[in-house]
Write a protein that binds this ligand. Structure first.
Ligand code: MN3
Length: 205
């Protein structure tokens, strides 16, 4: 049984950057639907005992095309939002330190340059999708973007996502309308680098 990450803050806690109605709809409607859809499809496909990372990395193992598609979309939605909701905070750590900071400097030439790269990936993703910061086992960082609810696992990239930015319109349209770039700036205001540091450490473990 796959369960949603518990929100560590109230729906209104990320105001004014992310509005309460967007948070409530996103968490209690969209994410619930993905989670229910995954649980249903994974049980039918007989993969519900596996980890979500394992399932998404081996979608070809699901023979039935309709179930494979349902798991790709809903399983991706389940995983992606668990990451997204857990890296935002009303009291975020404002900048990365330690090993993550060193890896960012090496790969991008600084945190501002990384944010710029992430923003370009997020704004440049045509239609619905996600922008990602991922780490491989050695700690090397990369930025990518995916369509729909795909992610680095379903793309077979052999990396661990440590930061994901949802750029579906449901993530920002109520407040930011068509201004996706403004939403990305707002996201960075509530991005908790402590959570990203923890994810980075786990990716190399
Ligand atoms: Mn979403």
């Amino acid at each position: 049984m796959f369960t949603q990450v518990k929100l560590a803050y109230d729906y209104s806690a990320l105001e004014p950057h992310i509005d309460a109605l967007t948070m409530e709809t996103h968490y209690s409607k969209h994410h619930v639907a993905y989670t229910n859809g995954l649980n249903d499809a994974a049980a039918k496909a007989g993969v519900d005992e596996k980890s979500i990372e394992e399932i998404l990395s081996n979608l070809d193992a699901v023979e039935d095309a309709a179930l494979r598609k349902a798991i790709r979309n809903n399983g991706g939605g389940f995983y992606n939002h668990n990451l997204y909701f857990s890296i935002m905070s009303p009291a975020p750590k404002k900048a990365p330190e330690g090993k993550l900071k060193e890896a960012i400097d090496e790969a991008f030439g600084g945190v501002d340059a990384l944010k710029d790269t992430l923003k370009k990936a997020a704004v440049g993703q045509f239609g619905s999708g996600w922008a990602w910061l991922s780490a491989d086992k050695s700690g090397k960082l990369t930025v990518t973007a995916t369509a729909n609810q795909d992610n680095p696992y379903s793309e077979g990239l052999n990396v661990t996502p440590i930061l994901g930015i949802d750029v579906w319109e449901h993530a920002y349209y109520l407040k930011y309308k068509n201004l996706r770039a403004s939403y990305i700036d707002a996201f960075f205001e509530v991005l908790d680098w402590k959570a990203v540091e923890d994810n980075y450490a786990k990716a190399m473990a």
